[in-house]
Write a protein that binds this ligand. Structure first.
Ligand code: NAD
Ligand code: IPM
Ligand code: MN
Length: 350
């Protein structure tokens, strides 16, 4: 089991260190971790946010554990040199088109949700976000209009094969869960979304057992806080999925809790928290490492065939939270290290 560890910037190294400690504590045979540079850290060392050595490490690994990238000091750089290109480049270069972002109520944290406890107590949803297309990867640029004004543009586009392959991932996920799929789009305005909706309906013919519904993204954002418990699997494009998943994190309690898997067609994957490098708290040792620890659990389950070890991590996280320990994002004062320690203690006590 070769795992590439790309810690990145800001709180990335702090939260990744705790996930690595948890992986070591599991004592899995044949576990090999290989570090690689990404983001501003890589740009400072090599002049590029995603050096070719890092891509080579990723390709030679069975899975990738990713922290976060992003550094406001780099926001003046040309876009292709910015830290975010590391994660965007890995997703494209490795064909990681299916981003799974589960959001589930953690009983001990119901009181920490941004929603009332009776609304927050029954959340169990999975956002399936397309990750290789959309406005993220269409033609983009700056130009001058005939009137002499600066104009920025980003083309939003999906072809039907891209929609079809994420549709199959989502329908299969719904089949393995509650049998309901909500496709989120903006088909009342966007042609990209009309195609998305048409293809979802076509693919649904292969899954007569799954109840497919369609929802406009603005309504979905509203329903997600009104009644998140009614969602099972949500499938949506790259941009809408990015936004809705940050929102879903606050329904559960904190952005510091949500893990993700980014998979290719063969379930090779990159695993990362949904949050970013959090420059406002970086270097203080107070970030919540649980999203990254839970991402390591997803990695064991989806890419490494170690479901039992994944279950152990998830149970240990639940136990650590049940003990009452809280990092700053959850209104407490526990440090990153103390949160990691609590998970390790819970693992040892199993
Ligand atoms: P962010 O997710 O980094 O932070 C948003 C807010 O949430 C901040 O107040 C932060 O302190 C808090 N937060 C995030 N993670 C936390 C954690 N684990 N524990 C406690 N609090 C946490 O989003 P942002 O501020 O919009 O972006 C900062 C940088 O991160 C930008 O450069 C952005 O491009 C980048 N980013 C990278 C990724 C990634 O690497 N996949 C994801 C999102 C944002
Ligand atoms: C995420 C992030 C990234 C995205 C950025 C950093 C490119 O917000 O992983 O959610 O928009 O996909
Ligand atoms: Mn995001």
């Amino acid at each position: 089991m070769k795992i590439a560890v790309f810690a990145g910037d800001g709180i990335g190294p702090e939260v990744t260190a705790e996930a690595v400690r948890v992986l070591h504590a599991l004592d899995l045979p044949g576990l090999e971790l290989i570090d690689g540079l990404v983001g501003a850290a890589a740009w400072r060392a090599t002049g590029h946010p995603l050096p070719s050595e890092t891509i080579a490490i990723a390709k030679a690994s069975d899975a990738i554990l990713f922290g976060a990238v992003g550094d406001f000091d780099c926001d003046h750089l040309e876009r292709h040199l910015r830290p975010e290109q590391a994660i965007l480049g890995l997703r494209r270069e490795l064909g990681l088109f299916a981003n799974l972002r589960p959001a589930k109520t953690i009983p001990a944290l119901v009181g920490h949700s941004a929603l009332r406890p009776e609304i927050a107590s029954s959340i169990d949803l999975l956002i399936v976000r397309e990750l290789n297309g959309d406005v993220y990867f269409g033609e983009k640029g700056m130009r001058t209009t005939p009137a002499g004004l600066r104009q920025g543009y980003d083309v939003m586009a999906y072809d039907e094969s891209e929609v079809r392959r994420i549709a199959h991932v989502a329908f299969r996920a719904a089949r393995a869960r509650g049998g309901r799929l909500c496709s989120v789009d903006k088909a009342n305005v966007l042609e990209t979304s009309q195609l998305w909706r048409d293809v979802m309906i076509e693919v649904s013919a292969d899954y007569p057992d799954i109840a497919l519904e369609h929802m406009y993204v603005d309504n979905a954002a509203m329903q997600l806080v009104k009644d998140p418990g009614k969602f099972d699997v949500v499938v949506t494009g790259n941009l809408f999925g990015d936004i809705l998943s940050d929102q879903a994190s606050m329904c559960v309690g904190s952005i510091g809790l949500l893990a993700s898997a980014s998979l290719d067609a063969n379930d090779k994957g990159l695993y990362e928290p949904i949050h970013g490098s959090a420059p406002d708290i970086a270097g203080k040792g107070i970030a919540n490492p649980l999203a990254t620890i839970l991402s390591a659990a997803m990695m064991l389950r989806y890419s490494l065939g170690q479901a039992a070890a994944a279950d152990r991590i998830e149970a240990a996280v639940d136990a650590a939270l049940a003990s009452g320990l809280r990092s700053g994002d959850l209104g407490g004062s526990a440090t990153t290290r103390q949160m990691g320690d609590a998970v390790l203690e819970a693992l040892a006590a199993q």
